[in-house]
Design a protein around this ligand. Sequence first.
Ligand code: ZN
Length: 68
Amino acid sequence: MDKKALREETERLVREAMERKALVVKQGNTRIEAKCGKCGVANRVSAEKGATRVKFVCKECGQKQETL
Ligand SMILES: [Zn+2]
């Protein structure tokens, strides 16, 4: 493999990695940390992009609530 082919191969891999990354962003789910209003334990909640209030159930005490 000569240097030109090697460079093209590297560029291809970088481009593919960026495309994969873009795909993840497009799915739009972000993980936010929500503190339980009852027991204060931090819960990891999956939130859709743009969502401000997300319903979740506390992993510790089972309290159903929404993130602030
Ligand atoms: Zn709780």
